[in-house]
Design a protein. Sequence first.
Length: 501
Amino acid sequence: MIPLNRLPLPNTNPIARLLKPSYPKHIPVDFQKKYYQNLMEENVKETLAKSNILTKLKQKIQLYYHMLMQHVMPYKDSEQELVKHSEPNLLIKGLPLSDAYLKEAESEKQAAWTNFPQEMKAWKQAELKRIIHTYNAKLPSDVKRIPYEERGKNGEINFLIRRPAGKDHTQLYFTNIEGDVLKQAVVRNDQLPEVVVVDSFLEKSPQFIATHGDLVVAFIKRFNPFVKILKKNVEIKSVDEEGKTIYRLPNSKGVKVLQYIYKKTQHPSANPPIALNSSVGAMGYYDKKPSYDEVLSLCHPLQRTQLKLRHKLIEEGVPIYQAAGNQAAKNEDGTWMFKLEATVPKTYVVGGTKRGSQELHPDTSSVEYLTHTAPFEYKVSFNETGINTTGGNTDIDGVDFTYAQLSLNTSEAIQIYQGHLPSLIEGTSLATPFVLAQETLREIPQFISEHANKLPLLPKALLEQAKRLGVLDRLEAMGFRVDLVKPKPPALPVRDEAIRF
């Protein structure tokens, strides 16, 4: 018999708290001791096995774990990891020993896989090959595929493929043209690289029933669908002296947006964005190319703050892609025209080129600051499903805006767009997200490599349950990430001095 004074106290052991007997206070103390001691020595395993909460926890962990093993790492490797990290009992006291658990898990492997949602299964090579050779317009709307040519690989074409894995996760594949998987990973949606679009999202174009910012976002989604997009509006709607609606840009809202992004780069637990797209800005004029410091000394204080914040963001490792402007290189009086934002050191300034040529489009501004160019014009087309605004063929590439997204039915859409839809849209505002998408796409294979063979975060509800049972350390030992239920470090106070210049 174990002496009573060596038993764990009910209020210090999470399992014991669950097992604490309930009895009236008038029951003799000796009987209480005997009952509790007997419970801990003889019936603890049986009680744990019959406990609904623990049984359900075990089942959920088994199902989720074996589902992940199917497409994250070979099953044998996962067995070795289980054995490596096992104490004599796996997960929580009362569950089977590691050897018994592994033997049981092997027999349950197929059953667990069958019971889990079908969309969570990993694609086989034949399925991937079919995806590779299918037009985008024929793919499911939630499946994305982009041809990818690695630099220095002599024109060898690979493919990046994305599809949802349940509600919270995304499966990413890097394959060759035959569908052989070169790299793969499963990540939570909130782990995907982030791109910030600083733009105007208030005034909708009557031609597209979409805002300027929506059109910019469409280009990033089309040419790099593997990032999450944070839309930040910097447009302020107000009225002029006559009471007419006007849209003020840039403004103080732009400063607040940049401050918010800058704070993200300073927070130790936040993932800073991998790029910022700015297809808006303020136009300036000059007789000769001005320096960044000269522009700071002459511009409005509000604009000066924005430019300095941009410089800080770039120094913190967030590249900024800035549209060069569409006011042409020179004004009628011979002065050169440029975006003030283009003068910020190390900014990627994007100009437009003529159709089918590398020659600079005559409407491109900021020509002395250009670092990149992309087509100035993009074809627009529509079909019974929606509109393509990114230069593609609706029957091959699909659409960028469905009529459902625009709150229209097909008959309404055809009535609106038939004979009224422009054949082209143009501007450096569109060339800029095109370049950003192409550049950031090169980071995706490395992102997949970094997350390959890693287990993503478990569902929050399961983690909260595991926290209550005191088994987080066991889950971590198996390779699961449990970030969501750990207390976040206290946010550091941000003093005004941190963002003043």
